[in-house]
Design a protein around this ligand. Structure first.
Ligand SMILES: [Zn+2]
Length: 254
């Protein structure tokens, strides 16, 4: 006997199984053809065909159901990945702290700020918390914002740019200064180390590893990151120290 009518009736039967609302399709003629086929010689060969059809049936039924799509949000590669909210450090006296809610979440927070058309990560870390704000502190002026993180982890470039400085300074310890163009600069102080590809003149991409958060300085300080946002003309005798420091949080919502 020919395989064709058997396959057709099997196909009809299988398709009818996919639709739970319709009665199974099998008339007596089809049933007869199938019985003959199953009890005939060469049953093993046919068993293989049945297996293939069963697999097709399973596939047909499962693809018929629409499973919810998994949406993976991917931020643009030229920007740092940051969280959608950020905390002020708990159990710490945080000077000049921005306003927070009951969960210590910073009320006016956004992952990126725009400074002179340059998009910068507001937090150049993954994780951590804000341990000091910008402004008057201990009789001086804190020219950046500080972050605390345990265990201390990598510090990243806030935006694309060129490394201008990579030196040890008395107060700032191991510090990197990046030129982002448009008169916008960022600095990262107290680093434990300098990562590769952070030589002076190196081009860095947003999110490039700069060094591990540390406590390098000539004075004793806790492990933390001092992050500075600077604008102005770098070609001045004091270089980065001659630039104007800004509170990065003051650019939120602008
Ligand atoms: Zn600081």
């Amino acid at each position: 006997m020919s395989f064709l009518p058997v396959l057709r009736s099997l196909e009809k039967y299988i398709l009818s199984l996919c639709d739970v609302n319709s009665p199974n399709y099998l008339n007596s003629k089809d049933e007869f053809a199938m019985r003959n086929w199953f009890y005939d010689d060469g049953a093993q060969m046919r068993a293989f065909f049945v297996l293939v059809l069963v697999l097709i049936f399973i596939q047909g039924c499962t693809t018929g159901e629409k499973s919810p799509e998994v949406v993976v949000t991917k931020k643009p590669v030229n920007k740092m990945e940051t969280d959608d909210y950020y905390h002020v450090c708990p159990k710490m006296k945080v000077s000049n702290a921005p306003k927070i809610d009951n969960n210590r979440r910073i009320k006016k927070y956004q992952p990126y700020i725009n400074v002179n058309g340059v998009t910068l990560a507001l937090v150049p870390l993954r994780g951590g918390c804000l341990s000091s704000g910008f402004g008057p502190r201990n009789g001086g002026w804190h020219k950046g914002i500080d972050f605390y993180q345990r265990p201390a982890d990598m510090v990243y470039a806030a935006a694309d740019g060129v490394i201008l400085e990579r030196e040890f300074y008395k107060t700032y310890g191991n510090m990197i200064v990046i030129d982002h163009g448009e008169g916008v600069y960022t600095c990262y102080a107290h680093l434990k180390n300098f990562e590769r590809n952070t030589r002076i003149g190196s081009k860095v991409k947003a999110g490039a590893a700069l060094g591990i958060m540390g406590n390098t300085s000539t004075i004793r300080i806790p492990v933390n990151l001092h992050y500075g946002l600077l604008t102005g003309d770098y070609n001045n005798p004091k270089r980065a120290y001659g630039l104007k420091a800004h509170d990065p949080f003051s650019f939120v919502g602008r």
